[in-house]
Design a protein around this ligand. Sequence first.
Ligand code: SAH
Ligand code: SF4
Length: 340
Amino acid sequence: MQPLVGMELSDLEQALGPSQSRFRAKQIYTALYRQKVDDLVQISTLPSVLRTELAVEHGVGLPAVERRYDSVDGTRRYLLRLSDGRTIETVLMPEESRDTVCISSQVGCPVDCKFCMTALMGLERNLTAGEIVGQVLFIAREHALLKNAQPLNIVMMGMGEPLLNLANVLKATRILCDPQGVGLTERRITLSTSGIIPKIAELGAAAVRPKLAISLNASTEEQRQQLMPITRKWHLADLIEACRAYPLRPWEKLTFEYVLLKGVNDSDADARRVVRLLAQLNAKVNLIALNPGPGIPFDTPAPERVESFQAIVKRAMPCFLRKPRGLDIFAACGQLKRNA
Ligand code: SAH
Ligand code: SF4
């Protein structure tokens, strides 16, 4: 049974078959992505026979809440249950001027980064396009987002490596960015990757695509191999070359994320090497002081160390420090692992 959420208009037309007018597909599309219905009964414009048929053969397919964790800083972490009973995490970070939803692209992650709790799960499976879009629809519905002028940002920085599930991530992005559908814009969706080099070019070739962020996390090949073993296959120099060749849109910069690990990759010399690595790129850097967790063999650097690192990079390019959100409920970067 293929659920309706995750279908583009052409998929819906096909699912309805030639006996239905195209107008019906359009009605369902609007109900799913604009009205964000979670039950077919809510599509009152559809003939009841068709509603019943669709309910039996497809269903809407939004995720269900298994648990919700509330942080003192307003962050909400959801453990969402998928149709096969597996669970993923989705995080809402409300702010004064905008809301940000952090969504997952896989159940677990096969990339074995040494500082990340999701890595400890391994990969269970890829999410479907519907399960990726479903997280956004669920949160928007639950919190009545997208109803006023408050902008919504989406970051594909939850569980999983999005470039290892690129076809579904791109399909989800098309649905999210369709003005007839969810109606977000490409400028407000960011995908973060550990650096799956061949997939970077593939992403760049897509007509509708999120902004690109690269998890750099090290200043030398050797250091990166130790922290992110995927570097043994996809080397740092080639990653930088892939970034150089990446077709940025006129309004776009490449973002590099850098998790600072005390005494490992946080020295002034590291900062200077980062500047040299990125010198030829139209880049900005987001620093993240390690969010600790059980099973993670690293410490968070002192604030002075972080400031010193940031000051060096900032002389060469924009460099921001990402404020941790939802630390008290294990919702911050690298902490998503279905913690109770
Ligand atoms: N798999 C993708 C996206 C999810 S991870 C990627 O790796 O880019 C999102 C961000 O969280 C990455 O930049 C990653 O480097 C960072 N991260 C992972 N573990 C972390 C931790 N323990 N503390 C802080 N940031 C972490
Ligand atoms: Fe996977 Fe990203 Fe975690 Fe690395 S940092 S294990 S790529 S989720």
